[in-house]
Design a protein around this ligand. Structure first.
Ligand code: MN
Length: 701
């Protein structure tokens, strides 16, 4: 009995699929039959060796044979729930990985992956027989397999799983193949158990497969989950696909046209029709309502050289009408999970069908299907000098892609497992990731929707607390700016000793758990800073507290007095302030240190208690003293704009001895931003002082 026949459904079975080297199902079935019906060693492991040699013609397979002998003898007598000998499971898992192009060590560990957990075999035996690497991988998979996805153990065990993965992502490759085989054979389980396992697959394993770029596993897992959790939608989709196949495939004619065009252009290319998987057909139907024949698949053009990809694109866009909005270049800007391809869509020559086209090299295709599984042995010596680690650490280690590194970094920073777990689910639920370029040439992978705050923390970690501004594509902008794929980002940092720490508002703009956790823990360590903005009342302005000090001349009814901010010292929250009753029913408010306060007291005027109601919106006048230079005005106003501050008026006095004084009256959305704003202005080249305006003329009022 084949694995597939015991499954609840066979999504791929009725379809004519392209029989590529990556057709897992066909060889999966063959291996199962081989081991179950004959049980002879050469046939059972023979399919694995054959699949492995297709990718690695010179592979040394002695360890593979020995691993099979150990696994087979130690599992002997154990049965799967389906009634098959247990060894069929590690064999099928190993075959999946061999098909994807996994290197030998992964396959050896995969054959042994259940021995330590389920048999008498010990880790020491595995180490003695197969070495440290295999031992490490088997141990990692054993730990991952012990994970109970029940609620209580979930966060902490998932953490451990990621730690195991982070050291060697091959552990996760084995886990994914293991899950695929278990999903294929899920039909023997009770329906509730099927649903529970399908949900975990949907929530955790499929996002991981996506992140690791293992498209071949991801799509099959998606279809298996779809069939279990949405049987009616699945049946409807299957009926549509069957019906479409009976009607002949309109993509075939487009494919022929494309082949002719490329032949005339003398570009060597393979043009294939790739049926969409069930979930993909379902998604297209949800998006467009009705499906046309050409929607059931896509054309796949495989070429030899990177440059040929653009050659093919040029020919297609010349000889057919392109749908320009569908064009995406994932070669120039690869996706986070290593995926590379050109995507476009063209209108068929009869003017009817729109065909989506994927263009990639054979190597890109292998990576697109198998992701990190195809990237070989991470411990192998680099074959050339050029394979030095990338300066930013991103993608430097293909077995530990960028998102995984970040995940592991912030899992260490997360204060407790619950925070980690809820953040992780959020991270995994993000649909896709964008790549932005750092000004120093490195790259940052970020979830879609990430802002400059996220980029700052992704690049500098806790150092981003001292971020004072950012340039995106060479333009100064606010930290709240959302980033797009391909943007160039330059984070501007204050010297640490002058930095004031993050702004509470950053939390509103942080999309990544890493940034949020870092900002929150900073505020946890600086409770004084957190209180200020949050305890403020929502209304702007000042209130007169009452005539607490109104001893001497008393004055008129103070609680109804109107308030005026003194022009001499332009007080802003949270300045210590004091008030004086002046003509009629007006109280002027001065900063406590203002010379006018002393004069008023000297005149016998009693101070009136005043306090800030709100630290929000306020107006302030700042003077910047600078050495004169070209573009100074532009740079200063830019620095002000970056802080999110509006300029009400600006005065530039004529230069004296090469020095200039700029006076700005500014409207701050939040007075708490004033220190940051002044720092940002002082950082502008040529500026040697920025201070709050002191109008001598006003001091007599
Ligand atoms: Mn297993």
């Amino acid at each position: 009995m084949s694995a597939e026949a015991t499954g609840p459904v066979s999504p791929g079975a009725p379809r004519k699929r392209v029989r590529s080297r990556l057709d897992l199902r066909r060889l999966g079935r063959a291996a199962m039959r081989g081991s179950a019906s004959r049980g002879r060693l050469p046939d059972a492991i023979g399919h694995v060796v054959e699949a492995h040699r297709a990718h690695y013609p010179d592979a040394e397979i002695d360890a593979l044979r020995r691993a099979y002998v150990l696994a087979e003898s130690s599992h002997r007598g154990q049965m799967r729930k389906s009634g098959e000998p247990y060894i069929t499971h590690p064999l099928a898992v190993t075959l999946i990985l061999a098909q994807l192009g996994a290197e030998t060590t992964t396959l050896v560990a995969s054959l042994l992956h259940d021995t330590v957990e389920d048999t008498e075999v010990t880790l020491d035996q595995v180490r003695d027989g197969f070495g440290d690497e295999v031992c490490y991988l088997v141990d990692g998979v054993t730990k991952v397999e012990k994970i109970d996805y029940g609620a209580a153990a979930e966060p902490e065990t998932f953490r451990k799983m990621l730690v195991a993965t982070g050291n060697d992502v091959r552990v996760m490759s084995i886990k994914l193949a293991d899950r695929l085989h278990n999903m294929r054979t899920l039909g023997v389980m009770r329906p509730e158990k099927q649903a529970r396992i399908a949900k975990v697959t949907r929530d955790v394993l499929i996002p991981l497969a996506e992140r690791l770029g293992v498209q071949a596993l991801k799509t099959e897992l998606e279809d298996l989950v779809f069939a279990i959790l949405h049987p009616e939608e699945y049946a409807k989709t299957k009926a549509l696909i069957d019906e479409n196949e009976r009607g002949g495939n309109p993509l075939a004619a487009v494919a022929d046209d494309v082949r002719n065009v490329l032949r005339e252009a003398d570009i060597e290319a393979e043009v294939l029709i790739r049926p969409r998987h069930f979930v993909s057909v379902h998604r297209v139907r949800m998006k467009r309502g009705e499906l046309r024949g050409a929607d059931f698949g896509r054309l796949l053009v495989l070429v030899n050289e990177d440059a040929d990809c653009y050659g093919v694109l040029g020919e297609l866009h010349t000889c057919f009408t392109p749908v320009v909005s569908e064009f995406k270049d994932f070669i120039a800007v690869p996706k986070f999970n290593l995926y590379q391809s050109l995507h476009t869509a063209v209108v068929g020559r009869d003017g009817g069908d729109v065909a989506e086209v994927l263009i990639r090299t054979h190597q890109m295709h292998k990576v697109a299907e198998a992701g990190v599984v195809a990237l070989g042995n991470p411990y192998a010596q680099p074959v050339s000098e050029s394979e030095e680690p990338a300066p930013d650490g991103e993608r430097a280690d293909p077995t530990r892609p960028g998102w995984l590194s970040r995940l592991l970094d912030w899992q260490q920073a997360a204060p407790d497992p619950d925070t980690f777990w809820s953040s992780l689910r959020e991270e995994l639920s993000q649909d896709r990731e964008i790549t932005v370029y750092r000004s120093d040439g490195g790259t940052l992978g970020l979830p879609a929707g990430a802002t400059c705050v996220d980029a700052a923390y992704a690049q500098y970690g806790a150092g981003a607390h001292f971020c004072i501004g950012v340039r995106v594509n060479d333009r100064l902008t606010t930290l709240s700016t959302a980033l797009r794929d391909g943007d160039t980002v330059q984070i501007l940092l204050a010297p640490r000793e002058t930095g004031s720490g993050p702004d509470a508002e950053w939390l509103d703009h942080a999309r990544t758990p890493a940034a949020r956790i870092a900002i929150k823990s900073w505020f946890a360590e600086h409770p004084d800073r957190r209180e200020a903005p949050e305890s403020a009342e929502p209304r702007p302005g000042l209130t007169v507290a009452g005539a607490r000090h109104s001893a001497a001349n008393a004055v008129v009814d103070l609680p109804g007095a109107s308030v005026r901010l003194a022009g001499c010292c332009t007080p802003v929250p949270p300045d210590a302030v004091t008030g004086f009753a002046v003509r009629g029913n007006v109280v002027t408010v001065h900063r406590v240190g203002c010379p006018a306060v002393g004069r008023m007291a000297g005149l016998g005027r009693g101070p009136v208690g005043v306090r800030w109601v709100d630290s929000a919106s306020c107006r302030v006048t700042l003077t910047a003293e600078s050495f004169g230079r070209p573009h100074l005005l532009a740079d200063l106003t830019e620095a002000i704009a970056v802080e999110g501050v509006a300029i009400v008026s600006a005065t530039v006095e004529p230069p004296t001895e090469g020095r200039v004084r700029h006076t700005y009256t500014l409207q701050l959305p939040d007075a708490a931003r004033l220190p940051g704003l002044m720092r940002a202005m002082r950082k502008v080249a040529g500026v040697y002082d920025v201070s709050r305006a002191q109008h001598r003329a006003a001091a007599t009022s």
